[in-house]
Design a protein around this ligand. Structure first.
Ligand SMILES: O=C([O-])C(=O)C[C@H](O)[C@@H](O)C(=O)[O-]
Ligand SMILES: [Mg+2]
Length: 427
């Protein structure tokens, strides 16, 4: 614990890229490769404390993380604004367009915020450890002791080409999507369901949603084609799913397109594509383009800035949900603390967690568990998770061996379908 008033200065930063097995999950830009990449950030202080952060593992991002780490030596982990300022100075004006952990999904998120995120989370982990309090307390205190997540369904192949079928099997037709949902709901207890769409013609995906509605009459449903539909197609789907889904996520691309759809459909529109940075909030509000923002601390600049986003959503009468990408336990811990300490969180959060092999993680098992679709908020100091060094080393070896350095769902898909064209709108 802290001797009152003592600084905890950053003396070392370790950045370790890791790879973990992923399944052939389909989306509108292609298919997941056999391995997903992440980077684990360890911030060490001169007082002997270590904090953890998790972020994207793409090569360009790793380079930027290393550049950021080099300017942080000597800074007190309680001075997160200072850390943010140093990182902002380093990456001023740099925007991420496409790719970068989102695999070609349109995004204009701020590079500085993406880079800041794992350092901020690690600093909060250290602050919590220093004073013996969980990260949720540093964010204003938990307003819930369990965080609800949704079943995140994907169309998928039975196996990666050339490999044995994986335990989830194929999900290409409505009944297979229902079977996937059934298994996920049975195993995790999820009480909301999201379907990743944009893979088949909208009519086929509407059919899958209808099948889900029949099989799960009480579960709120959502569909997210990642901007794959034209404005007329999105409006058509909106009319067909009137009263069936709780929100329609990124049916089309761009603030203008979303605003045109929003004017014609009954359900709220949600996004993690056209509003991914603070300067996009104002035009989106002015156009009434989105009614729900999916926050994601990995690109909104960490937990503190994601809390600010929640207040903005509240102010403008917008809902708030949470986006995810393929992730490990450090991210799940951070997401759970954030969600716990966000009073204005209006939907179950997304997580890719069920798609990960339980044996693949960098944290010591046991700190995070799902029951009834929710994760209990860790109460131990900091994030409440501990790094498993052997697992980290193993997963780093796998990163070195797997040969993947950038997430590339489109490139992987084209190996099997050379003519595959992800250009939006696909329908
Ligand atoms: O809500 C979303 O847009 C996502 O989860 C984006 C992800 O990249 C997802 O499409 C995926 O993992 O294929
Ligand atoms: Mg989305």
């Amino acid at each position: 614990m802290d001797a009152a008033g003592e600084p905890h200065r950053i003396s070392e930063v370790r950045i370790t890229p890791v790879a973990f097995r992923d399944l052939p999950l389909l989306n509108t830009v292609g298919v997941h490769e056999p391995f997903a990449l992440r980077a684990i950030v360890e911030v060490v202080t001169d007082s002997g404390l270590t904090g953890l952060g998790e972020t994207y593992g793409d090569a360009g991002h790793l380079e930027r993380l290393r550049a950021a780490a080099s300017v942080l030596t000597g800074v007190d982990v309680w001075h997160v604004h200072r850390i943010a300022g140093l990182i902002r100075d380093r990456f001023a004006g740099d925007r991420v367009r496409g790719g970068h952990g989102m695999s070609g999904m349109v995004t204009g998120s701020s590079t500085a915020d993406r880079v800041l995120s794992p350092f901020e989370v690690a600093c909060l982990d250290i602050q919590g450890k220093a004073i013996g309090r969980p990260v949720s307390d540093l964010l204003g205190g938990a307003v819930r002791d369990r965080v609800d997540y949704s079943a995140y369904l994907f169309y998928k192949w039975a196996a990666h080409p050339g490999a044995d079928p994986d335990p989830w099997g194929a999900a290409l037709k409505p009944d297979e999507i229902v079977a996937q949902a059934r298994r996920m709901v049975d195993e995790y207890g999820f009480r909301a369901i999201k379907l990743k769409g944009g893979v088949f013609r909208p009519e086929e995906e509407v059919e899958a949603i209808r099948a889900l509605r029949e099989a799960f009459p009480d579960h709120p449903l959502r569909i997210d084609p990642n901007g794959a539909w034209s404005v007329p197609a999105a409006i058509r789907v909106g009319a067909e799913l009137d009263g069936v889904i709780e929100y329609l996520e990124d049916p089309t691309t761009g603030i203008d397109g979303m605003a045109r759809v929003a004017r014609e459909v009954s359900m709220p529109l949600a996004t993690n594509m056209c509003v991914v940075a603070f300067d996009q909030v104002r035009p989106a509000v002015a156009a009434d383009a989105v009614q729900v923002i999916l926050s994601d601390h990995h690109f909104w600049g960490g937990l503190g800035r994601s809390r600010s986003l929640a207040d903005i959503c509240h102010t403008f009468g917008m809902g708030l949900s949470m986006h995810s990408n393929s992730h490990l336990g450090v991210s799940l811990a951070a997401m759970t603390h954030l969600a716990a300490a966000t009073p204005h969180l209006t939907y179950a959060c997304d997580t890719h967690w069920p798609w990960k092999d339980p044996a693949d993680d960098v944290i010591v098992p046991g700190a995070l568990a799902f029951s009834d679709g929710a994760v209990a908020v860790p109460t131990a100091p900091g994030l409440g998770v501990e790094l498993d060094r052997d697992a980290l080393a193993r997963m780093h070896e796998r990163y070195l061996a797997c040969g993947i350095r950038e997430r590339d769902d489109t490139g992987y898909m084209r190996r099997f379908e050379p003519g595959f064209d992800p250009t939006a709108p696909r329908w």
